[in-house]
Design a protein around this ligand. Sequence first.
Ligand code: FCX
Length: 436
Amino acid sequence: EPTLKERLIQIIPAKQEQVKQLKTEHGDKIIGTCTVAQAYGGMRSVKSLVTETSSLDPEEGIRFRGLTIPECQERLPKAPGGAEPLPEGILWLLLTGEVPSESQVKTLSKDLAKRAGLPKHVTSMIKAFPKEMHPMSQLAAAILALQSGSKFVEAYNSGVKKDKYWESTLEDSLDVIAKLPEVAALIYQNTYKNGDITHKIDENLDWSANFTRMMGYSSKEFDELMRLYLTIHTDHEGGNVSAHTTHLVGSALSDSYLSLSAGMCGLAGPLHGLANQEVLSWTMNLQEKLGNKQVSNEVLSDAIWEGLNAGRVVPGFGHAVLRKTDPRYTCQREFALKHLPNDPLFKLVSQIYDVVPDILTKHGKTKNPFPNVDAHSGCLLQYYGLKEHNFYTVLFGVSRAIGVLSSLVWDRVLGHPIERPKSVTTEWISSFVNSD
Ligand code: FCX
């Protein structure tokens, strides 16, 4: 059976040919337009990016290379005795568009384990960070510091041809994915625990289980949760802030480290990945305010209206593209129903799910009153003892690296150019609309 790189070498020529043909034969076909409202409105729905790895339907949610989340749960290889997909499997799927065999995933796990290990300057830098520095800032900085090992930079400086850029980008991407669990675990240990990782990477363990061990967790159920978590947060097509930033920075031929670090800075914003930390703090505040007891839907609704009326958003609800409950929320809810049905916080999260869509509909602003991925993840993590809210977005980031770096590899395969859309001024728009 071919390894990941061997399989990519087999697949790539046909895809390159397809894109070349599309560009020459249909290059002038219009796939989207842009209105004044869209230009001012964050370019919502403007079709102007190509991302191979996943696609988001407003009603159905994400498909990774054509597969829904339940299909990934069913078809991707699992750990022995496990029920959730191994993140290595989705990495393979996103890169190749194919479901790997068990043995291909095992080989990939081993390859990642071999690539793990941090240079000394990175460990000492993380250890020197103050505890007050947000873990996402630590993550972005640590990824930047890892850039000293970039194989793309080496290849580029030695004059490697453009059609080979993807190979060193793949190497860098696999290296950084392999190293991220240790980076994240060290940030965790440094910020909240005694400062050191005691687990040594085990080539016979999967990438996710090595990660949880380094963080100091060894429960089989938590391993399962993390495999699911690290699979579903990988990718959400190309226009979201973390994916688009990684792609944009990468388009300047910045390597995987520079591009990912930039993407992580975007993920750290409260309207994007940081929402998962905000959700748990918000939910726990609500729980405390309600006297740590079960209350009626009316009492809960009143408490939620209070925050909305004070001008705050309900974190974890709404989405720029989705118009239904996020399937990433649904699969986490199913995990909770299976493993922690009686957890008080899960019960509150469920009750919030019962009341918030109506509240946001009455509130009348948001285009989507349903929950997104961030509305559920914190509740599951805290159940297994991971209670440090500020750390949650780092987990999101470790997973997101898999998606955005797979995309970056394809940007290089297809030779996408530097991104440079045209911007206009308000004066230009004003005279344009008046010239009609
Ligand atoms: N609570 C209250 N108001 C909300 C809201 C919410 N959950 N979601 C949207 N709105 C408001 C917006 O603030 C906006 O108000 P404005 O006109 O006064 O500026 C209005 O409704 C229209 O926004 P809408 O077009 O529906 O949403 P956007 O595409 O602009 O923004 C996000 C999408 C996700 C940013 C928005 O719904 C939000 O702020 N949600 C809460 C934060 C959150 O959960 N983010 C995580 C999203 C995601 F899954 C991820 O990236 O991780």
